[in-house]
Design a binder for this molecule. Structure first.
Ligand SMILES: C[S@@+](CC[C@H](N)C(=O)[O-])C[C@H]1O[C@@H](n2cnc3c(N)ncnc32)[C@H](O)[C@@H]1O
Length: 409
């Protein structure tokens, strides 16, 4: 197999078919190895990330919302437990970059990968953020100033109606002028910030009252007749500066020597050398539990994806092909991982038509039966409280399971 060679950047250089098993196997639960115990098995006990992580996590982790975002305290516990300082940690399905950022914070080099353009943007924004608030504000003021000069040139006639419905026309012109400029100059951090303030009911956001995570207007709850102020012009300048300031409220100290890379590749074929990463920590998709295209369609439109279905067709999510695609990804993860090291996958149980699919068990069986097999070390179960679920009373998961695989020496 040919692989492209990947260069990791430091911040300073910024810039076979598988059917479901007929007989259900029970995964073997093994005791932690002595080395594992030394690192503190308590660190991977779900109790260690119980409660809200919102007040503890780096505010950079809150740059923009993402459906299915991993809890930062869980990501940090897994990085700490399954890798060492100076290791290279890979997340092949990194979503909004929680694992890569926690890896940097914990002194690991990191590689994040996700095929989704919005996930890619947010991860780049996090990994290559300016190191100080003053540098970030200066950068924001520079680009806002430039965009303001171009605002009048923005013609909204070509903007689809469904997008226009979310914004006051002047706010939309300003937003488009700025986003166009930020994309042209590859200013991922600011791009991430603007996408993070795109939609919400709060006054610090750019849209008319809308939900924060998925793009739905809240016109019934907040009718124009009763809440006229919510439908007025909202300037981008003050909101973006305030957003940048919020991001540095709980700043992070990351060594500039740490190497980092963000890829937008298919996890089935990563441009990584064999045996080159020291740990894989990831939360792959679980069957069709979440719709990453539709749920991000407004942000995707601003990123240049006119139709979210284009994204969905390349992501792993269709139940009919899910296991087959994940098998190819497991083979790829096995190839990239150094012998003796861990591949830790956070997977949810999926409820559908009254039955529950234990995704982690299915993946564990597959991983154990590959031509070059993983050893299934353990399976840890974490109950997800309702407030942490992206959607309630639907197909999304109630139980999260942490499948710990190891590539044999
Ligand atoms: C459960 S989410 C990851 C969430 C992430 N841990 C976070 O904290 O934001 C799964 C991710 O896998 C990505 N994905 C799905 N199929 C993919 C593929 N074939 N290659 C790369 N990424 C893919 C989706 O875009 C989504 O972001």
């Amino acid at each position: 197999m040919t692989t492209r060679k990947l260069t990791l950047h430091t911040a300073s250089r910024s810039p076979s078919h598988v059917s479901e098993p007929s007989a259900r196997y029970q995964l073997r639960m093994v005791l932690p190895t002595p080395e594992w115990e030394l690192k503190g098995s308590a660190a991977v006990h779900p109790k260690s990330w119980e409660g809200s992580s919102l007040v503890q996590e780096a505010s950079l982790q809150q740059i923009a919302p993402f459906v299915g975002k991993m809890k930062c305290t869980m990501a940090a516990a897994l990085v700490r437990a399954f890798s060492n300082e100076g290791d290279v940690v890979l997340d092949p399905f990194c979503g909004c970059g929680v694992v890569p950022l926690e890896s940097l914070i914990l002194n690991r080099h990191t590689i994040g990968n996700d095929l989704h353009p919005y996930a890619y943007t947010i991860t780049r924004a996090k990994l290559f953020a300016p190191t100080t608030l003053s540098a970030a504000v200066k950068l924001a003021e520079h680009y806002i100033g430039m965009a303001e000069q171009a605002t009048d040139l923005i013609n909204l006639d070509e903007v689809p109606r469904w997008v226009r419905k979310f914004f006051h026309s002047r706010t939309l012109q300003e937003t488009l002028a700025l986003i166009t400029l930020l994309k042209a100059h590859e200013q991922w951090f600011l791009l991430g910030c603007v996408l993070g303030i795109l939609q919400h009911v709060r006054p610090g956001f750019l849209s008319y009252p809308a939900s924060h995570l998925t793009p739905y207007l809240r016109e019934t709850m907040y009718p124009r007749s009763k809440y006229p102020a919510m439908y007025e012009y909202r300037d981008v300048r003050s909101r973006l500066i305030a957003k940048v300031e919020r991001i540095y409220r709980r700043p992070v100290a990351i060594s500039p020597k740490l190497r980092r890379a963000v890829l937008v590749d298919n996890a089935r074929a990563l441009p990584l050398e064999s045996d080159s990463v020291d740990a894989i920590i990831s939360s792959p998709p679980y069957f069709d539990a979440l719709d990453y295209g539709r749920d991000n369609r407004l942000r995707l439109w601003f990123l240049g994806v006119p139709d979210y279905r284009l994204i969905n067709s390349s992501l792993i999510r269709r139940p009919g092909t899910y296991l087959e695609e994940m098998r190819i990804c497991l083979i790829e993860m096995h190839r990239a991982l150094r012998p003796g090291r861990y591949c830790v996958l956070v997977l949810g149980d999926v409820e559908k038509n009254g039955s529950t699919k234990n995704t982690a068990e299915l993946i564990g069986i597959m991983a154990r039966d590959l031509p070059q097999p993983f050893v299934v070390e353990t399976l840890i179960t974490d109950e997800v409280p309702d407030e942490r679920r992206s959607r309630r009373r639907t197909r999304t998961t109630k139980l999260e399971r942490i499948l710990v695989l190891r590539k044999p020496q």
